[in-house]
Design a protein around this ligand. Structure first.
Ligand SMILES: Cc1cc2nc3c(=O)[nH]c(=O)nc-3n(C[C@H](O)[C@H](O)[C@H](O)COP(=O)(O)OP(=O)(O)OC[C@H]3O[C@@H](n4cnc5c(N)ncnc54)[C@H](O)[C@@H]3O)c2cc1C
Length: 466
């Protein structure tokens, strides 16, 4: 490559057949192609290659390695720290590998590595089934799954990785393998929580579960001042509720949308967003105790088709918003910790900003800490403090609130955090998150990616270098 030849031009020359799938600086679509979900991330890769097959991925890896370029792998582009994109490097964009095909005979779905959850939800809903994922349909299957995956169906059916049956992976040396319980079992273990450290997953196979035509879902809102009362109820109620009941707690502002009565618009509330896999009668009976807590402003639980539930917040958390993230795993909601939530929840810095506590008990606790790379199987909640606003001028205020909130609540945490809710917080934090699984992960990394080719992620360093 000469001083005047860009890496994108070289890629067009060296990757015949992919010329039209390559985007570089100066190309008309460059800004659109490099934009990720988080508007705070503004990175300028040298080349973006829109791959359509495992073969394209293998060739792009070889090309990047030949030019000593960093590789970022982009699934849905949702990662808070912008790990699907990298300055001056090569981005393997998987958006072109996005099929979701259900196999009704084996109750499974085969999903392309660049799919978003909406595509999967729509395909599985045809059969009244679902694979547990998150709470937003535009999130990528790739990043969410490889980090663990928690959402509305966690208590009933476990983490997303608990439904993973196998994955097709392109390794750092370009070879293609299938990882499952029987083939490359160590790789399969590491993929379930270890992030994009081990290769590029071009296809996932998930088990699907029965959810029927609709789940019973919707929020209960209370005045934000009643946060302590609600959280004290929540910490007792949910862990002892049947697994069919899921509810994540949110301190939030009611968005001004038709879904909610006008008098609640822009009011700060303490909320629980319920999802009950069961009939209307069951949901009414199981959630009856909720009505005895404080003075609810709204209890809006109703039958909702699963794909509609998954898309409910899509319009609120659109691409390009400024987003700042902080997170922790939490075992216990002590009165002291609740007091900090009360104080910081009232200081939400913008309409979109929120704090969520996602339950990770129920079926997620059936799997032992060492059975998958995701180590915090004993944690009760995954907390995320999410500062969000459309206006870049508010970026500092979002960050200050998140960091202040986290500083106040982190001393009560279990130690690590869910990797998918972290930004770039350094190696020690990654290690804390994998706890006893970390050393084993470094050995799998040394076997499958000894040169740490895949390091634009929450990085696990190969054993020899760790
Ligand atoms: C609005 C919003 C809501 C969210 N809600 C939830 C939620 O409810 N539950 C939850 O668990 N998480 C949630 N998340 C977090 C989400 O899981 C992470 O942001 C995740 O990293 C997104 O995956 P992605 O593929 O979209 O991201 P990307 O930015 O494309 O990728 C993230 C990381 O995964 C790697 N990666 C992605 N795909 C592949 C692949 N096919 N092969 C190898 N590596 C790959 C990338 O290299 C990168 O390191 C949410 C995020 C947002 C922005």
């Amino acid at each position: 490559m000469s001083a005047t030849t860009s890496l994108a031009e070289v890629a067009r020359r060296d990757l015949p057949g992919l010329e039209d799938s390559i985007v570089g600086r100066g190309d008309q679509s460059y800004d659109e192609a490099r934009a990720v979900h988080n508007g705070m991330i503004d990175r300028h890769p040298a080349v973006i290659v829109r791959c359509s097959s495992a073969e394209d991925v293998a060739r792009t890896i070889a090309f990047a390695r030949a030019h000593d370029a960093l590789i970022a792998v982009r699934g849905g582009g949702h990662n808070g720290g912008g790990l699907g994109i990298v300055d001056d490097g090569v981005v393997i964009d998987l958006a072109g590998i996005a099929e979701a095909v259900v196999d009704p005979d084996s109750d499974s779905v085969r999903v392309g590595g660049g799919c978003t959850w909406g595509e999967v939800d729509r395909a599985t809903a045809e059969y009244g089934r679902a694979t547990p994922s998150g709470i937003i349909s535009t999130t990528g299957v790739g990043g969410l799954t490889l980090g663990g995956g928690l959402g509305h169906l966690t208590r009933r059916f476990g983490l997303t990785i608990d439904s993973l049956l196998g994955a097709d992976v392109v390794l750092a040396d370009g070879s293609q393998v299938h990882a499952s319980a029987d083939e490359h079992p160590e790789l399969f273990w590491a993929l379930r929580g270890g992030g994009g450290n081990f290769g590029v997953v071009t296809s996932f196979v998930f088990r699907t579960h029965p959810v029927g035509a609709a789940v019973m879902a919707g929020p209960t809102f209370w005045p934000i001042e009643q946060t302590p009362e609600v959280m004290r109820f929540y910490r007792e109620f949910l862990p002892s509720a049947p697994r069919g009941v899921n509810g994540f707690l949110a301190l939030m502002t009611v968005p001004p949308v038709d879904l909610f009565p006008e008098e609640l618009h822009l009011r700060k509330v303490c909320a629980v967003m319920w999802c009950v896999v069961g009939s209307e009668d069951e949901a009414t009976r199981l959630l009856a105790p909720v009505h005895g807590v404080g003075t609810p402003l709204l209890h809006g639980v109703a039958p909702v088709p699963h794909p509609a539930l998954q898309s409910l917040f899509d319009g609120l958390y659109t691409k390009g918003l400024q987003c700042y993230w902080r997170a922790d795993f939490v075992n216990e909601l002590s009165d002291e910790l609740i007091e900090h939530h009360r104080e910081w929840g009232q200081k939400l810095p913008s309409m979109h900003s929120t704090v969520h506590l996602y339950p990770i008990d129920g079926a997620a606790h059936d799997v032992a800490a060492g059975d998958t790379a995701f180590s915090y199987r004993d944690a009760q909640w995954a907390e995320v403090i999410f500062g969000v606003d459309p206006d870049p001028a508010n970026a500092d205020a979002l960050r200050d609130w998140c960091v202040g909130y986290w500083d106040a609540t982190h001393p009560y945490s279990a130690g690590g955090a869910y990797v998918n809710f972290m930004m770039d917080e350094g190696q020690e934090r990654v290690r804390a998150t994998y706890r006893d699984n970390y050393d084993r992960l470094t050995r799998v990394k040394a076997q499958y990616d000894p040169d740490n080719v895949f390091r634009v992620n929450q990085n696990i360093q190969p054993a020899a270098a760790a």
